[in-house]
Design a protein around this ligand. Structure first.
Ligand code: ADP
Ligand code: MG
Length: 589
């Protein structure tokens, strides 16, 4: 029982995330790339076992046989060698060199990137200037120069291609390492006494591995092309051995007599590189955390609604806001993980309802759903109705958008993250006024609103930026913006959690006054029973996405029905209680 209070309320059924492989297959182009690649690579790997003629056996009498000739499915080349056998053996060589070069470049480049990014200062300067020198030469010319120095041959072509690709890896990894090595968890590892090598290997390397894999998947196709390029020029595979590039190079002379001799290896290079690039794109999408979390998915303006039916209104007819059976779930791969399940409550005009529960219990998701503000994707409203003055706002997105700010005002938890940092606070309030089309001078209206929310010298503060105000002042600006559209319902989501205790009391006073003055209905979200006791007529206790108890605040405080409510109430210290409170908490923990 104690563990449940400390644990953030997880949904009852743990959502099963689809595996990386399933995500990859869900991308059709990548799946196609995977199929083509597996077929090509499989045939190439099995080439020695297949009943094929010797790829190097010449038969001048049989030269330049066309496609589909007897015994030679793909015909023969200018020395009468079987093209199919040469193609499969050549693909083997091209793949091996391309993958080998990628691995060498990845290992060396990652090493350079790790050391440069973590050590910083002169080590970084020296290593990065060396990398810059490599990058100063045209790519393929540098590879040609290296092979010219080392001498022609497949292994030397591999080294050359690996060397010219080191800068790409080094720069990518260095950037990722710099970002990671300033993180607090790395500082914590350093403070725990770990040496630099151990920090690099155990803390930073796991974080940059996805970057390495993504970089590999996007370069491997290139490396195969470059190997083919060097072999085409006669600097890679040496006769009689063949790779795809050298086959293409030797076929040049017969291009007009027997085009299929060039066409076959050319098509194989195209299919191989294309399949690897498609597959690489898919791997990148699966591994890149930014793409995976859906930041590149365009968010919808209002939360997606997919419900089977519309429930009857639950509250009394006079309710200003009536929520019945609201359920919200988050899409995770193919599944829907419920976060809010069948929540119902009603608020009468001028009434204050406290929504209380530990963090993660679904309070914010419930409140945001009222105005369709939960981000979609991934959120979906899976059931229920939200009625404002009898009208179901979930019925249409345009209805929901029209009500935002006009009927429902919203005060967020941390005003520093909700205010625009580069715009003066007065302009932001004026903008809110303008959006809601109030008449008169925007500036005067904004100053009046700021004054009403207790900002002293509002006219002078108009041009201040958010960072120039204290936390309490910023929250007053947030409240002024919420009031700009003259809503009759105000939702305040933990409006004082980011503030210290004395400022908290003043902001709550302000909300209380506004409520009385304007007859505002207030939905106050908090995790503090003390706040509810001082502010609200009724209270709804939320736990793990469900409301477990509702009632008059005084009644719930005096006789909590649910054991969870009792624990929340006991977590509020009473003045003068001292040690007894600590002992009670120890009993709970
Ligand atoms: P709180 O009661 O602290 O305001 P929230 O309403 O923010 O809690 O979150 C409730 C639950 O909804 C969380 O435990 C989390 O599992 C889920 N949730 C919230 N936002 C997202 C999101 N963007 N993606 C997936 N799950 C989410
Ligand atoms: Mg919250």
């Amino acid at each position: 029982m104690n563990a449940t209070l400390a644990r953030p309320g997880a949904p009852a059924a743990p959502p099963s995330r689809p595996g990386a492989f399933e995500l990859l297959l869900a991308n059709r182009l990548s799946a196609l790339g995977l199929v083509v690649f597996v077929l090509l690579a499989g045939a190439a790997l099995l080439a020695p076992l297949l009943p094929l003629p010797d790829p190097d056996a010449t038969a001048p009498a049989n030269r330049l046989q066309p496609l589909l000739s007897v015994g030679h499915l793909l015909g023969t080349d200018h020395l009468g060698r079987d093209l199919l056998a040469r193609l499969l053996h050549g693909t083997r060589v091209s793949l091996a060199v391309g993958i080998g070069a990628t691995l060498v470049a990845a290992v060396l480049g990652t090493l350079v990137g790790l050391v440069a990014g973590y050590a910083g200062r002169w080590t970084d300067t020296v290593l990065m200037r060396l990398v810059d020198m490599l990058m100063a030469f045209p790519y393929i010319l540098l590879a040609l120069a290296i092979v010219a120095v080392l001498g022609p041959g497949l292994l030397n072509a591999l080294y050359a291609i690996a060397i010219v690709n080191i800068p790409f890896f080094a720069r990518n990894i260095r950037g990722a390492v710099i970002g990671l090595s300033r993180q607090p968890f790395v500082d914590a590892a350093r403070l725990s006494g770990k040496g630099p090598v151990s920090v690099l290997l155990t803390e930073i390397l796991p974080g940059v591995l996805p970057v390495v894999v993504v970089a590999m998947s996007s370069t491997i196709g290139w490396m195969i092309l470059e190997t083919a390029g060097l072999s085409f020029l006669g600097l890679g595979a040496q006769p009689p051995a063949a790779d795809l590039g050298s086959m293409l190079g030797q076929a040049r002379a017969q291009l007009f007599v027997a085009p299929h001799v060039a066409f076959v290896p050319g098509l194989a290079i195209f299919a191989l590189v294309m399949s690897i690039n498609l597959l690489g794109d898919g791997v990148r999408d699966v591994l890149d955390p930014r793409l995976r979390s859906g930041t590149l998915v365009r968010p919808q303006a209002v939360t997606e609604v997919r419900r089977a039916g519309v429930p009857e209104p639950g509250g009394a007819g006079a309710a200003r806001l009536d929520v019945s059976g609201l359920s919200v779930a988050f899409r995770s791969g193919g599944d829907l993980a419920p976060a809010v399940r069948g929540v119902s409550f009603a608020i009468a005009p001028g009434e204050c309802l406290g929504l209380i529960g530990e963090s993660g219990s679904g309070k914010s998701v419930t409140a945001l759903s009222l105005a369709g503000l939960v981000a979609s994707p991934p959120a979906v409203i899976t059931g229920g109705a939200v009625r404002l003055g009898g009208q179901d706002v979930l019925a249409s997105p345009s209805l929901m958008q029209a009500l935002r700010g006009r009927r429902i005002g919203y005060v967020f938890q941390d005003p520093l993250t909700t205010l625009h940092p580069l715009m003066s606070v007065g302009r932001q309030v004026a903008e809110a006024v303008a959006v809601h089309g109030a008449g008169g001078s925007m500036r005067d209206r904004a100053v009046a609103l700021m004054e009403r929310t207790g900002i002293r010298d509002a006219a002078a503060r108009f041009d201040a930026y958010p960072h120039e105000l204290s936390g309490g002042q910023r929250q007053r600006v947030g409240i002024a913006m919420a009031l700009a559209g003259e809503p009759d319902i105000l939702v305040a989501d933990e409006p004082t959690t980011a503030l210290d205790v004395t400022v908290q009391a003043r902001i709550l006073d302000l909300l209380r006054e506004l409520r009385r003055e304007r007859g505002l209905a207030l939905l106050l979200i908090t995790h503090d029973f003390g706040v509810v006791a001082g502010m609200c007529d009724r209270v709804a206790v939320m736990r793990r996405g469900e409301i477990v108890e509702t009632g008059e605040t005084r009644q719930v405080l005096a006789r909590p029905a649910h054991p969870y409510t009792r624990r929340l109430i006991e977590a509020v210290p009473r003045p003068g209680e001292g040690r007894a409170f600590l002992q009670r908490m120890r009993g709970l923990a």
